[in-house]
Design a protein around this ligand. Structure first.
Ligand SMILES: *Cc1c(COP(=O)(O)O)cnc(C)c1O
Length: 390
């Protein structure tokens, strides 16, 4: 059989399992009211939690960045790609998360690959929550270390794994806010166990930064944890910061080690400097616009209250990610399609992104939603008879 015929069979299988994925074409900027495939929708599936993806102040900084630095960085950071803009952003991010240093990466995916590979060797062990983001799982697989996974947020299981591995270094890795569930990791307990068993703790706070904590410093601020408890913090810039890229924050020694040896840092082109300039502007919005976090948390409460009253299958989440657990992939897809006919974009998340039998609607809220948007969504969900599924 030739390649295309083989692929055709695989693709048909995927379709039959309701797991086929299709891209939609956005005809408008990212936001709450978007145009997709030529039709208007209210959007409940972006990660633009603070509504900064089309913020004029950020857009303006992006344009000025191009005027000042041109469009491309032209090289890797270690060659001639590291500009004043990148450097300033690193210093400002480090200050924001209250750590000595921060290092920019081109994506969060690459930051995770780079950190785990640079910090582990053969005979080391990466200990990971089963619901960690795919990039953390791939990071462990790409490294020479072995990987052990514990049941989601199960601290007894984590402890047994840490106790079992007494040879080599141990790196405990977890999402801060779980990307498909919205719950916050038990980082305090992880930190305590990591200390007891001499392991290093790394938290990927892609969905907590900007959103959680009084100043938007994320999960660690909310839980009152610092660099001593969590030496490695990863943040992404494509979510609440609403531009593109990622960073790792930690000690001088950590950052210098990554500059020397993180392959996904060394062997790749630096972000365009204008992206760094745009991110410096969005960081200022994250720092100064408390109203965005306040509005977001009001909307989260409104949604949870309304969904609770309707008996919808809410999950344990107080964050901007508010999934409704459906179960089967075909049902989740069917509901998502129905909502689309009602002018609402809510994505159906299916395996392998989530475990089998736990397909869900992943609703995300943004600071620039209006209370009436949430009401409209709740009304539409009421028609779906979700209290009768799963
Ligand atoms: C989105 C995400 C990433 C990947 O970040 P990108 O910059 O989009 O590559 C990594 N970790 C978590 C937890 C994420 O949600």
């Amino acid at each position: 059989m030739n390649l295309d015929n083989k692929l055709k069979l695989k693709l048909a299988e995927r379709k039959a399992d309701h797991l086929y994925r299709q891209r939609r074409i956005m005809d408008s900027p990212q936001g709450v009211e978007v145009v997709v495939d030529g039709k208007p929708y209210i959007n409940f599936c972006s990660n633009d939690y603070l509504g900064l993806a089309n913020e004029p102040v950020v857009n303006k900084a992006f344009k000025q960045g191009i005027d000042q630095y041109g469009s491309g960085s032209g090289a890797a950071h270690l060659v001639t790609g590291h500009s004043t803009a990148h450097h300033a952003l690193e210093e400002e991010l480090a200050e924001f998360v209250q750590r000595p240093r921060a290092l920019l990466f081109s994506t969060g995916y690459m930051a995770n690959l780079g950190v785990v590979s640079a910090l582990t060797e053969r005979h080391d062990t990466v200990v990971a929550d089963k619901l960690n983001h795919a990039s953390l799982i791939d990071a462990a697989q790409l490294s020479r270390a072995s990987m052990e996974r514990f049941a989601h947020a199960d601290m007894n299981a984590l402890e047994s794994l840490l106790a079992k591995h007494d040879k080599g270094n141990k790196l405990v890795v977890s999402d801060g806010v779980f990307s498909m569930d919205g719950d916050i990791a038990p980082v305090k307990q992880m930190a305590r166990l990591s200390e007891t068993y001499d392991a290093i703790l790394m938290i990927d706070d892609a969905h907590g930064l900007g959103v959680l904590g009084e100043h938007g410093r994320g999960t660690l601020e909310q839980l009152n944890l610092g660099i001593n408890e969590v030496p490695i913090l990863v943040g992404t810039l494509g979510k609440a910061f609403a531009t593109f890229g990622a960073f790792v924050a930690g000690s001088e020694e950590l950052i210098e080690t990554l500059i020397q040896g993180a392959r996904s840092y060394v062997y790749t082109t630096a972000l365009p400097p204008a992206v760094a300039e745009a991110t410096r502007a969005s960081l200022q919005c994250v720092i100064k616009d408390d109203w965005r976090r306040e509005q977001l948390h009001r909307l989260i409460q409104q949604f949870k209250q309304g969904a609770h009253e309707l008996g919808l299958p809410l999950m344990q989440s107080d964050t901007a990610i508010q999934p409704l657990l459906i179960g089967s992939s075909d049902k989740a897809l069917e509901i998502s399609e129905y909502l689309r006919t009602q002018g609402l974009l809510i994505s159906a998340i299916r395996p392998p992104t989530v475990p089998k039998g736990t397909a869900r609607l992943r609703i995300t809220l943004s600071a620039i939603h209006r209370p009436r948007h949430v009401d409209l969504m709740l009304d539409a969900l009421q028609n779906c008879k979700l209290d009768q599924v799963s």
